[in-house]
Design a binder for this molecule. Structure first.
Ligand SMILES: C[S@@+](CC[C@H](N)C(=O)[O-])C[C@H]1O[C@@H](n2cnc3c(N)ncnc32)[C@H](O)[C@@H]1O
Length: 270
């Protein structure tokens, strides 16, 4: 089953305009393979009627399925561990009297946010007993947010966790499906949020102490990358931390309000 170049371009333009994700022609095979499942499930005879359907009034809901299939959700616990270590260094230096707010802004299936929560819990147990926190977890995909909020992972998926993390923060009663404990899950708030939609930022009234925006900027074009970084930086407190993925450092154009502390790690200075 193949998409014509016109059909592919129609899908690619929609995905880039609405979600910021670049889809150059080299991704055509990937898009065909990911969408063929939908074409079969909805019993269309090929891509042509499917593409007509998604861009018709009746196909509005299928457009949101489209992004579920096209975005890349790969993630794992304690990915790029330097960031989690630095949170500890950073919070040790601070006099914490209020709840801290963290935003995992392309959280995928939740491993990043739960790794932050485990880091903060350990700090609370050992050095900063007054530490209280909430983690805002957002993503474009509703399906992946549901998975994240369930906090259920396969055993194989836990391999980047230390034994002490598994012992403390996973409920193994149903050992086929280890689940993040209720206490940890209750620290996370889930919400759909499109990073390239400027209007959505207006609804955020508070400022964050730490924002993670890792391994998502790489899918955006330069214009969107700069806008997203600028918007997110404006939602950080002065002195707050901003993290991007280590493979994304070359796309980071100088944003005046952010000072680099080390690669992929920035502080809001004004
Ligand atoms: C590769 S995952 C990164 C997960 C995690 N941050 C990490 O570093 O492991 C990229 C995530 O970005 C999300 N995403 C893509 N475009 C987005 C957008 N416009 N707004 C918000 N999230 C988006 C995808 O749905 C996906 O879950």
């Amino acid at each position: 089953m193949l998409l014509t170049v016109d059909e592919f371009n129609k899908i690619a333009n929609f995905v880039t305009n609405k979600y910021g994700i670049k889809l150059p022609i080299g991704k055509k095979v990937m898009v065909e393979s990911r969408l063929s499942e939908r074409v079969e499930k909805l019993k269309f005879e090929g891509f042509t009627p499917y593409v007509e359907y998604i861009f018709s009034r009746k196909g509005k809901f299928e457009l949101s399925e489209l992004i579920e299939h096209i975005s890349t959700n790969e993630t794992w616990f304690f990915r790029e561990p330097e960031h989690f270590k630095y949170i500890t260094t950073y919070l040790r230096k601070k006099d914490i009297t209020k709840k801290i707010r963290v935003w995992s802004s392309a959280c995928s299936s939740g491993e990043e946010a739960y790794s932050i929560a485990m880091t903060l819990e350990e700090l609370k147990e050992t050095e900063v007993p007054g530490l209280d926190y909430k983690i805002w977890c957002t993503d474009i995909s509703n399906e992946i947010l549901q998975k994240a909020s369930m906090g259920i992972y396969s055993k194989g998926h836990l391999e980047n966790l230390k034994k002490r993390h598994i012992d403390k923060y996973l409920d193994l009663k149903n050992s086929d499906k280890p689940r993040i404990t209720y206490d940890l899950r209750s620290k996370l708030i889930f919400k759909q949020f499109n990073l390239i939609d400027e209007k959505e930022y207006q609804s955020i009234v508070h400022k964050f102490d730490i924002i993670f925006c890792r391994n998502v900027l790489i899918y955006f074009n330069r214009d969107h990358q700069e806008k997203v970084i600028t918007h997110l930086a404006s939602k950080l407190k002065i002195g707050g931390l901003f993290m991007i993925g280590h493979t994304e450092t070359s796309i980071f154009k100088k944003i005046e309000s952010l000072k680099m502390i080390r690669p992929a790690l920035y502080e809001r200075v004004k």
